[in-house]
Design a protein around this ligand. Structure first.
Ligand code: NDP
Ligand code: HEM
Length: 496
């Protein structure tokens, strides 16, 4: 049986299709507040899209602990084997706007919100273990090169490769981006990485540095450029469709969580900076330690409410999980909550997607959309110190162990050295096979084809530092491809 339709104030309405007019032909009466309400709501249906990672797909699911890591962490979500925690995922592309096609070549965001009993832990990672830059000053510029050119309003390969050529440490990530894994088939067929070095601390107050790896239990599957081109011609929503179909058919995607662990103090013996986001920790030196399984089994009832409104932030950690000195991570700790206050509003953490399952008790007060009850449980306890026994009190037992820092404050430049090419070289020579290398050359050539000769030469010089075969392979692929029009503000596609 249908429900009685109402205004947003709950009053029943006589019609939802006929405007109130003075006479059959109009004009319209201003007193038709229902029409005004309807049009006004439509005007407010959109919120700012994320400045990056605007296009996304999400599921709800469960994380189950399968192995004991309590010697590393006191985090409650890892406290015993078999323990389950609800999770909200959001995967995304980085550069495209909200309407961008899913199967574009791009890094994929890999965000997980664990609703633990001691608050939300957000793992806001990517499907790559590393990143393009290692100093936050460079992030907004990097993103600008991925977005639209101010004049052409089109994406600009010239800007992308100009920036990367000036940032040779980006070659590791660009190699992954241009490899087969640059276009995953859908989120179920890619790994997720915390990418940064994080930390864990245990009940004894011992700290370990940690990397998070979510390894997909579905095979790694990717599209070639040609396959993606055909697919995007058919549908722009292939990830959303695949996730919908998988979950509807009961084929729930799964990942296994592994960690790599380094004891605090070992970082100085590491051959390079273990907090450098452009580098991995080799598996042979830091083997993967299994922790648990993630199964994503539920399609959110309302996409906007649960996925668009989701506010993931690296600052959301729980007792037992902490940060590291990684400069990029430190900047992200500020940036995300700032973005959420702008994009979603002051009380974004109280929205259904973000509201912790743990009790919330703070002294933040009013502001726009203060729609929830007085959460101190005592209406008089709205300041501190106060006399009330049932008022919220900080718990010194969740204080992180002190981190020893003995250094001079300064703007330290991390120069590009030969070390920066060791890992991309290992990826190129040892991990990729001949066919994968060939496709890498072709994918990169396709992406940089429209660039000016000056930018191409600068980029070949970077590839040369990885390996001469890499530079030659890409150069040959560029030179054997049909020439594309070259201007500093090159469109991404040759004119017909
Ligand atoms: P391993 O041989 O133990 O690991 C290689 C890793 O590379 C595997 O995780 C593999 O994933 C992954 N891989 C394979 N193809 C690609 C690709 N096209 N793009 C991104 N990753 C890919 O060696 P090491 O740990 O010594 O690392 C060697 C190099 O592998 C590194 O320099 C780095 O470039 C890359 N790498 C390393 C990772 C790490 O955490 N150590 C993680 C990912 C990449 P799978 O197992 O699914 O095949
Ligand atoms: C989204 C900033 C680096 C992964 C965002 C957003 C901002 C941002 C402002 C939008 C947040 C929102 O509106 O909800 C930055 C800054 C960085 C940085 C300043 C560097 C200093 C990284 C890195 C990773 C990453 C290194 C991965 C390891 C993501 C993901 C999202 C995101 C996955 C989407 C989150 C979601 O699904 O809602 N970033 N970012 N970012 N970023 Fe970053």
């Amino acid at each position: 049986m249908s429900k009685r339709q109402t205004t947003s104030a709950g009053a029943p309405v006589p019609t939802n299709e006929t405007t109130k007019t003075a006479g059959a032909r109009g004009p319209v009466l201003l007193e038709d507040y229902q029409l005004i309400e309807k049009l006004a709501h439509q005007n407010r249906e959109r919120i700012p899209e994320r400045a990056v990672h605007a296009k996304g797909w999400g599921l709800q699911g469960t994380f189950t602990v399968t192995h004991d890591i309590t010697k590393y962490t006191r985090a409650k979500l890892f406290s015993e084997i078999g323990k389950q925690t609800e999770v909200l995922s959001r995967w995304s592309t980085v550069a495209g706007e909200q309407g961008a096609a899913d199967a574009e070549r791009d890094v994929r965001g890999f965000s997980l919100k664990f609703y633990t009993e001691e608050g939300n832990w957000d793992m806001v990672g990517n499907n790559t273990p590393i990143f393009f830059v290692r100093d936050a000053y460079k992030f907004p510029d990097f993103i600008r090169t991925q977005k639209r050119h101010p004049k052409t309003n089109m994406r600009s390969p010239e800007a992308m490769f100009d920036f990367w050529a000036g940032q040779p440490e980006s070659v590791h990530q660009v190699t992954i981006l241009m490899s087969d894994r640059g276009i995953p088939k859908n989120p179920a067929h890619m790994h997720g990485y915390g990418s940064h070095t994080f930390s864990m601390w245990n009940d004894a107050g011992e700290r370990h540095w940690v990397k998070f790896h979510f390894r997909c239990q579905q095979p790694i599957e990717n599209y070639t450029n040609e396959e993606a081109k055909t697919l995007i011609g058919e549908t722009r929503e292939s990830f959303q469709e695949d996730l919908w179909n998988m979950v509807s058919e009961g084929k729930f995607p799964k990942w296994k969580l592994f960690i790599q662990v380094m004891k605090e103090g070992e970082e100085d013996k590491f051959p390079f900076n273990p907090f450098d986001l452009t580098k991995v920790w080799p598996h042979a030196d830091y083997p993967l330690i299994e922790v648990g399984e993630l199964e994503m089994h539920t399609l959110p009832e309302n996409y906007f409410q649960m996925v668009e409104n989701a506010a993931y932030s690296p600052s959301n950690v729980v007792p037992g999980i902490g940060f590291s000195p990684d400069k990029m991570l430190q900047a992200r700790i500020f940036s995300y909550a700032d973005a959420h206050r702008y994009r979603l509003g002051t009380h974004y953490e109280a929205l259904p997607a973000n509201a912790p399952k743990a009790p919330v008790a703070h002294y933040h007060k009013d502001g726009a959309m203060r729609f929830f009850q007085n959460d101190t449980g005592n209406p008089n306890a709205y300041y501190e110190p106060n006399q009330y026994e049932d008022a919220p009190r900080a718990d010194p037992s969740v204080q992180e162990p002190p981190l020893r820092i003995d250094a001079e404050a300064y703007r330290y430049t991390q120069e590009v050295t030969d070390d920066d090419f060791v890992q991309p070289r290992a990826l190129y020579l040892e991990v990729l096979n001949d066919d994968e290398r060939k496709r890498l050359h072709q994918n990169m050539a396709g992406a940089m084809g429209p660039c000016s000769d000056a930018v191409k030469e600068r980029w070949y010089a970077v590839l040369e530092r990885v390996h001469p075969d890499y530079a030659k392979g890409v150069r040959d692929a560029v030179e054997s491809a049909p020439a594309l029009p070259v201007t500093p503000d090159t469109p991404t596609r040759a004119a017909e």
